[in-house]
Write a protein that binds this ligand. Structure first.
Ligand SMILES: [Ca+2]
Length: 135
């Protein structure tokens, strides 16, 4: 996506920062999310299977349709993400529609947790620069 579109998408979005609500001990994770990685898990508490999408390992990375992405066990990512580890320096915005449309939830850099209120909703996403407030 071009930068102009990204700005428009983010400007039109009501970003809900999960912040303090999302601290869950990742010790029981099925996959240890690496330094700088963004890891999306199919179940709460970093369980079941994981997707580490290359597009999300840098800022400005966009995935327009999680229907084209798969967890490591082959399951389609769309509508399945329940918890996220964001070890990157970037904000991750997840949208419940494709092409960064619809309601969204934001996972700030260096946070992790369950997507309370956004469980099994994410259909697209984008990374972008930001502090812990992701504004
Ligand atoms: Ca799930």
């Amino acid at each position: 996506m071009k930068k102009r579109n990204l700005r428009r998408a983010l400007a039109g979005a009501t970003l809900i920062v999960l912040g303090g609500a999302m601290f869950v001990n990742p010790a029981n994770a099925v996959y240890t999310c690496g330094k700088g990685q963004i890891c999306m898990f199919k179940d709460n508490d970093f369980r079941n299977t994981v997707a580490v999408e290359p597009a999300f390992q840098h800022s400005g990375g966009e995935l327009d349709n999680f229907g084209h992405n798969h967890f490591t066990n082959g399951t389609v990512v769309d509508g399945q993400v329940s918890s996220v580890v964001n070890n990157s320096d970037f904000c991750l915005a997840l949208f419940d529609g494709t092409n960064l449309t619809g309601a969204n939830d934001v996972v700030p850099p260096h946070t992790s947790g369950n997507l309370y209120g956004f469980n099994d909703k994410a259909s697209s996403g984008v990374t972008y620069p930001g502090s812990e407030t992701c504004r």
